[in-house]
Design a protein around this ligand. Structure first.
Ligand code: DC
Length: 239
């Protein structure tokens, strides 16, 4: 195991390594956020959680009474909405039309609504354009479902992170427990299955593994080991 300083030394003198686009895709609970944040810290990259954008739009729809099933209205709403992702002390702050919604988008209700909002092609169109703008200069770790397949198909490093549904449900359940939210483990597993199905069966940009991605199964790995593996792969890609 290397110290943080050793890792910075390991990465520090490689210019190509400073400008990669690293795409991390995978299903809910696979550990994408924790790993992507850590990789961003180790490499000094910007971290972009694209799921937070779908969640923010879903929150706005729920609050403003726009039906989650009204595709045309959601597309208009997406065009009228400003979502900013800001780096803050190694985490990401999410601003919806200027309001800090970092915590508000993390409820099970918003998660479910986000998975419905995300099936609307015109919504994806708007948000994917934003994501491309945000990541085009490189030096970025972007996580989502379609980053390696649609948003940045030319990304130098594509990781598809996965884990068994049971482990993913347990991780999600623990997160809610830590926040003091009363959620049921069996129900969480059911929701994981529901969201997996919706994310992978939608017509536009379904969750698919890009053929040139590296698959990492994190069922028996902790996030730190996965993050360091990704950094090692990044270094290899940067030559
Ligand atoms: O990763 P997450 O749970 O915060 O994502 C919320 C929802 O948004 C989830 O159902 C999948 C969807 N999503 C997507 O379709 N494409 C992305 N690039 C990111 C998230």
């Amino acid at each position: 195991m290397h110290s943080q300083a050793e890792w910075f030394a390991f990465c520090g003198d490689n210019t190509a390594l400073k400008h990669l686009i690293i795409a991390i895709d995978g299903p809910v609970g696979s550990g994408k956020s924790t790993v992507a944040r850590r990789v961003a810290t180790l490499l000094g990259y910007i971290y972009i959680d694209t799921g937070a954008m779908y969640r923010s739009l879903a929150l706005k729809a729920l609050r403003s009474g726009v039906s989650i099933d009204a595709a045309d209205k959601l597309a208009v709403l997406a065009g009228e909405t400003r979502i900013d992702l800001r780096a803050q002390d190694g985490t990401q702050q999410v601003l919806l039309d200027g309001e800090d919604v970092t915590a508000a988008i993390r409820t099970p209700e918003v998660a479910l609504a986000a998975s419905k909002v995300a099936v609307v092609p015109d919504v994806r169109h708007v948000l994917v354009a934003e994501q491309r703008r945000a990541g085009q200069s490189g030096g970025v770790v972007m996580e989502g479902r379609d980053i390696g397949s649609v948003v940045f198909p030319d990304a130098k490093l594509k990781v598809f992170l996965t884990a068994s549904p049971e482990i993913r449900a347990e991780r999600r359940w623990r997160e809610h427990q830590q926040k003091g939210d009363a959620v049921d483990l069996v129900r969480t597993l059911e929701e994981i299955h529901e969201r997996d199905q919706r994310d992978s069966q939608r017509a536009t940009s379904p969750l698919v593994r890009a053929s040139d991605s590296v698959v990492i199964d994190s069922t028996a790995m902790d996030a730190e080991d996965v993050a360091r593996l990704v950094v090692t792969l990044a270094k290899e890609k940067a030559g």
